[in-house]
Design a binder for this molecule. Structure first.
Ligand code: ATP
Ligand code: ZN
Length: 210
């Protein structure tokens, strides 16, 4: 039996469940349960917070998982990635108040930048040769400039409408993300074989949807 960790409720959940179902794997979901077993494939599903998924897979508590690349890379666990899944596409972007005169990323030197992704942001700023102060906050990053906490933000953007409604403009793309399948490094031969069967079905689903 292979243990798959997916997000319990959020922007990855629906498409993760849909992918598994399209693979012909049946299971019963209940919003109260944290775990379900498939009725026709050796798979058990654990429902977790997305942030916890890379750690559980790295520790082998779950064998495989589905998580956004942004979370995976932020936690330094990119080695676990097996396959991009093509959904939950988004980007991490730098944004500043729309009234700010902005020419290049160098304009952020010495500024305070609020983000929930301090590691990805730090490596981007280093690459660009920018020295800024990173303020790590766990949510509502877009309001940081308007309350005086930071002069810029680095946050997840999909359409950009949240930025606009907070008086911000996107100025740099920092990181592109989509959902990825990740796997624990020490899978037994038996689990590896189940994973291969699952991947075979995922590839068939991906080909069919092209
Ligand atoms: P949890 O409660 O599980 O911690 P969360 O609030 O951290 O959830 P979500 O907002 O559900 O996370 O986002 C989960 C993942 O979906 C993100 O890490 C990112 O990869 C992707 N994502 C986030 N926002 C968007 C978006 N607007 N469009 C598409 N994908 C997104
Ligand atoms: Zn989360």
């Amino acid at each position: 039996m292979l243990r798959l960790a997916i997000q319990k409720s959020g922007r990855l959940s629906e498409d993760s469940l849909k992918l598994i179902r399209e693979c012909g794997i049946s299971f019963i979901t209940s919003s109260l349960k944290l775990k379900t077993e498939s009725t026709n494939f050796p798979l058990e599903i654990l429902y977790l917070r997305d942030d916890d998924i890379p750690g559980y897979v790295a520790d082998g508590v779950a064998d495989i998982g589905i998580v956004g690349e942004n979370v995976l890379v932020e936690e330094g666990k990119q080695a676990l990635a097996v396959e991009k899944l093509g959904f939950s596409k988004c980007r991490l972007a730098l944004a500043v108040p729309k009234t700010m005169e902005y020419e290049s990323v160098q304009d952020l030197n010495g500024k305070n930048i609020a983000t929930s992704y301090p590691n990805i942001l730090a490596s981007y700023l280093e690459e660009q040769g920018v020295q800024a102060h990173i303020h790590t906050i766990s949510g509502s990053v877009e309001i940081a400039p308007s309350i005086g906490l930071a002069e810029a933000i680095c946050d997840i953007v999909s359409s950009g409408s949240t930025l606009i409604s907070n008086g911000l403009k996107e100025v740099e793309r920092v990181f592109k993300s989509e959902a990825v399948l990740i796997a624990s490094e020490g899978l037994s031969e038996e689990k590896r074989e189940i994973l291969d069967r699952l991947l075979f079905r995922i590839h068939a689903v991906q080909r069919a949807s092209k």
